[in-house]
Design a protein around this ligand. Structure first.
Ligand SMILES: [Zn+2]
Length: 444
């Protein structure tokens, strides 16, 4: 048994446990990948006086220690395309799909994922849910940098970068799930891209694979206006009703976006235990609308936060999302009391863990849970004063305030520097792709 114990001192602990305890001048200790103590400094001496542990103390310097944040929906490997065609009307079909067809291969997927994982860790995100091609490369990059990933291979009705055949992702998924399903950090899953890029058969097949292996299934749902129009015209059903009729919704299902949903759809999502990833930054930038998450939360649906791909939302950190979610919903509903900061922090941590079905293991700072922790420093000019810790996290902090990050008991970021990989090399590999991407984009 590993007898090394790491202790955080001089921190305010935002536990996000059931009672939402905040512990000022708190202490958190972890051994191996598990949290073994959460309390205040008075308790520390008695707990560790036996002196049987090899103790490493981390001085939090009055920072805020919170659960590692959770990004419930992204396409990490799209990072090489960030800031390209941002203001273009039909960016997805005009640029993204053709760029992917021509440029995405194993190498780009790996390099993009590695950069995105580094960026997420540096921003305090410790778990992400990904949908892309060549997920095996994403898994390698994630594992190398010691991040937690729910990684889901994309299924589409056209030949994709990793398959000459339409729906090739179905076969890929089976091999991918078999390979990674017992990994400590990687949870493999399956990702039919959207209802409109799949068929009844491919959706049912993807669902059956998810059921057989008991792994997550994630999909873009009710995101596009043309999607809603097509399903209403063709079947007289909303996309959510259509998926329900097919029988593919259950508690393993993670619905991304769910912007164009009505009250009946919300009931269906609730009845089937579907979790929702709310991706406000990308939705706002794409002028797609505001998902009715206030209603969803009232109905008891689990709602987490997602960035969407870095070509859609441009950022990968959850602090940015928390702030945007609060501001957009207050403005949209003309009510500044909506979504108080505590609820926004909840969606970015334990709420996200519930959406991904891993809330028994992560999402809060509690004894027995995995040590996934984010320390936000409070020395920078933008962080003071603090009257309300949740408001400071949501509206004062940004990703640049993330000082130290622990994933699965391993310190991966310290003093704002990546420890689990060489960031300069990771960046160099990314920038080496740029000339070729530029050349192809100009031809589109
Ligand atoms: Zn997406």
């Amino acid at each position: 048994m590993n007898n090394k114990v790491t202790i955080f001192e001089n921190v305010t602990v935002i536990t996000m446990n059931k009672d939402k305890d905040i512990i000022e001048n708190g202490v958190v200790a972890f051994q191996g990948n598990k949290i073994i103590y959460v309390g205040n400094s008075d308790c520390k001496e008695s707990l560790f006086k036996e002196n049987k542990y090899e103790i490493e103390v981390i001085d939090g310097e009055d920072g805020i220690l919170m659960p590692g944040m959770i990004n419930c929906h992204t396409h990490a490997s799209m990072v090489p395309f960030r800031s390209l065609a941002d203001d273009c009307k039909d960016r997805l079909k005009r640029y993204l799909f053709p760029l992917e067809q021509r440029l995405v291969n194993e190498k780009l997927t790996y390099i993009g994922a590695k950069y995105a994982v580094a960026e997420m860790l540096l921003g305090g995100v410790t778990t992400f849910c990904d949908m892309y091609y060549f997920e095996d490369e994403v898994a390698k990059a994630t594992k190398e940098l010691n991040m937690r990933g729910i990684l889901c291979e994309t299924i589409v009705n056209f030949p994709s970068p990793d398959s000459k055949e339409a729906f090739g992702g179905l076969n890929y998924s089976v091999d991918f799930i078999e390979k990674w399903r017992n990994d400590a950090l990687i949870t493999p899953g399956i990702a039919p891209h959207a209802p409109y890029t799949n068929t009844d058969e491919s959706l049912k097949e993807a669902y059956n694979i998810s059921k057989k292996y008991n792994v997550p299934i994630t999909m873009h749902v009710a995101e596009m206006d043309y999607e809603l129009k097509e399903y209403v015209e063709k079947y007289n059903l909303t996309p959510v009703e259509y998926l329900n009729k097919l029988g593919v919704l259950d508690s393993n299902f993670i619905a991304a976006h769910t912007i164009l949903v009505n009250d009946d759809d919300i009931k269906i999502l609730k009845e089937n235990g579907v979790g929702v990833s709310h991706n406000i930054g990308a939705n706002a930038k794409g002028a797609k609308g505001v998902a009715p998450i206030i209603k969803m939360k009232k109905e008891g649906i689990n709602v987490g936060l997602g960035t969407d791909g870095p070509m859609s939302g441009n950022t990968l950190d959850i602090l940015t999302q928390m702030s945007q979610v609060g501001k957009v919903h207050k403005l949209f509903n003309n009510d500044r009391t909506l979504l108080p900061s505590i609820e926004l922090v909840e969606m970015g941590t334990i709420g996200g863990a519930k959406v991904l079905g891993i809330d028994k293991e992560i999402g809060s700072i509690e004894v027995g849970k995995k040590a996934d922790l984010t320390l936000i420093e409070t020395k920078s000019v933008n962080m003071q004063p603090i009257y309300d810790y949740y408001a400071a996290i949501v509206y004062s902090a940004n990703a640049g305030n993330v000082d130290l990050v622990v994933v699965d008991g391993k310190v991966v970021v310290k003093n704002k520097k990546l420890l689990s990989g060489n960031f300069l090399e990771i960046r160099k590999s990314l920038l080496n792709l740029q000339d070729k991407i530029n050349k192809v984009a100009r031809e589109l």
